[in-house]
Design a protein around this ligand. Structure first.
Ligand code: NDP
Ligand code: 2IT
Length: 453
């Protein structure tokens, strides 16, 4: 190890140790910070102004965190008590912005990792968006419409005091789609007596943006196509593994199809389906309809489409394919999975989910020169179109589908360019470093310019 590399490593270790000392029970948050530190520490060690202003220390301590109780009543009159949080991480670039996640696994560590990632992701979009995240341990699976509505209303009854169109603008994430956004928006509007763009992902009829539903999935594939094109290749004619079967997975599958790839897997928490014939338009439309009910399971796909086989309890990473797009959740692709993908000749991996690949998996991809698109760059299309939804709400205008899709393509291409600018080294592109350094510098400069806070 060179002297510089050694001092970078020492500083990364020292910083992480301190973070772990302060909050010992937040492994996901530490993992996200670790990945970013490895990339940006050489830049920080070169910049006395960044060190003197304690930018790293400030970026890893949220501006504030709200934790609150949500009490709601189910259809049988039984009362339930849930925990909810909103993490307002950093607003140097714009109002806090990031989704709400409803899933039983939600805790402060997961929300801090997501909020931290969001700062850099939002910076990469080039739009005026700060970073935040929120959510609850509420499980929407198997709950009736009315129950989901009552829960959303109860959550917003507390959350509304802390958010606003110029303060903090939530959106969807796991377990929160357009239905939940509608209920959340309706309750905010009632409590604030104001019809404002306080939340994104709204229905098209009341202030939503064209292409927001598709934006994350489409954006991942636009980014992947940019990455492959830069290396003289393309998505067309390739086979692809997708995990998940929710919002991001659905529209990643659709765009892969449209660009001529064959998608052969999809999954959920219960297992995965392998359909060697490919998930075509008709099958995808059927799957999207199935998953409108969050409790329906992916097994039903194999029952409906005889070309497919269902593998209970497994993930799709053992199937041979050229491309892999993890689009379900954090740490769903581990070192062993990465080894299988490499042994099967995978060419590129693009993260649709947030932090789906463990640090060990990333190391395997790096060692084997697999093209790797990190989530904060590849899945930024969702929040980017959320930013465009905020612009349209402020203008009291709505743009056409074509306009928004073109803007989304432009933003994903610009993020790719940024990754090249900060990640190219001797003909190789380190997309992780590119995304982290590119995202970081914009926030750091803004924080320096705005004085201590
Ligand atoms: P959805 O709720 O629409 O879908 C989530 C999918 O992931 C489902 O198939 C779900 O299966 C699966 N999943 C969730 N948690 C787990 C788990 N613990 N283990 C196994 N499978 C799981 O969410 P999205 O598609 O919106 O989100 C997917 C990922 O993309 C998340 O990491 C999210 O943070 C990220 N993301 C989302 C954006 C957006 O705009 N929606 C933007 C950028 C990133 P099951 O039904 O069995 O739970
Ligand atoms: O992880 C993410 O970027 C999201 N869930 C979308 C956030 C947003 O504000 O649209």
């Amino acid at each position: 190890m060179s002297e510089t590399a050694a001092s970078v490593q020492t500083e990364v270790d020292r910083f992480l140790k301190e973070l772990q000392r302060k909050d010992p029970h937040q492994p996901e948050f530490h993992q996200a910070v670790h990945e970013v530190l490895e990339s940006i520490m050489p830049v920080v060690l070169d910049r006395k102004d960044i060190q003197d202003a304690c930018i790293l220390e400030r970026l890893t301590e949220p501006d504030r965190v709200f934790r609150f109780r949500v009490t709601w009543e189910d259809d049988h009159g039984k009362v339930h008590v849930q925990r909810a949080w909103r993490v307002q991480f950093n607003n140097a670039l714009g109002p806090y912005k990031g989704g709400l996640r409803f899933h039983p696994s939600v805790n402060l560590s997961i929300l801090k990792f997501l909020g931290f990632e969001q700062i850099f992701k939002n910076s990469l979009t080039g739009l005026p968006l700060g970073g935040g995240k929120g959510g609850s341990d509420f499980d929407p699976k198997g709950r009736s419409q009315r129950e989901v509505m009552r829960f959303c209303q109860a959550l917003m009854t507390e959350l509304h005091r802390h958010i606003g169109p110029d303060t903090d603008v939530p959106a969807g994430d796991i377990g929160v789609g357009s239905r939940e956004i509608g209920y959340l928006f309706g309750q905010y509007k009632r409590l604030a007596n104001a019809w404002v763009g306080v939340i994104t992902g709204k229905h098209l009829d009341f202030g939503g943006s064209a292409v927001r539903t598709e934006a994350t999935g489409f954006g991942v594939v636009y980014f992947l196509e940019n990455m492959l094109r830069h290396h003289g290749e393309s998505v067309a004619g390739r086979t692809a593994l997708v995990s998940g079967s929710g919002n991001v997975a659905q529209y990643a599958i659709q765009k892969l199809q449209q660009l001529g790839a064959r998608v052969i897997t999809a999954s959920d928490g219960s297992g995965f389906i392998h359909d060697p014939a490919g998930i075509d338009e008709e099958k995808l439309a059927w799957l999207i309809d199935l998953k409108k009910d969050r409790a329906r399971r992916i097994r039903e796909y194999a029952e409906r489409w005889p070309t497919a086989i269902f593998y209970p309890g497994l993930k799709p990473w053992g199937v041979q394919a050229d491309l892999a797009l993890p689009c379900a959740t954090q740490n769903e692709l581990e070192e062993e999975d990465a080894r299988k993908l490499v042994a099967n000749g995978v060419r590129a991996v693009a993260e649709g989910a947030n932090m789906p690949c463990t640090l060990g998996a990333i190391r395997v991809f790096r060692e084997n020169r697999v093209l790797f698109a990190p989530g904060k760059a590849a899945n930024a299309g969702g929040v980017a179109v959320s930013g465009l939804e905020m612009s349209q709400n402020s203008q009291r205008m709505s743009w056409t589908r074509e306009e928004v899709d073109l803007k989304l393509q432009g933003i994903m291409a610009a993020i790719h360019d940024k990754c090249l600018r900060f990640g190219e080294n001797g003909g190789q592109v380190d997309y992780i470093r590119g995304a982290n350094v590119g995202g970081f510098l914009r926030v750091a400069e803004a924080m320096l310019a705005q004085g201590l806070s």
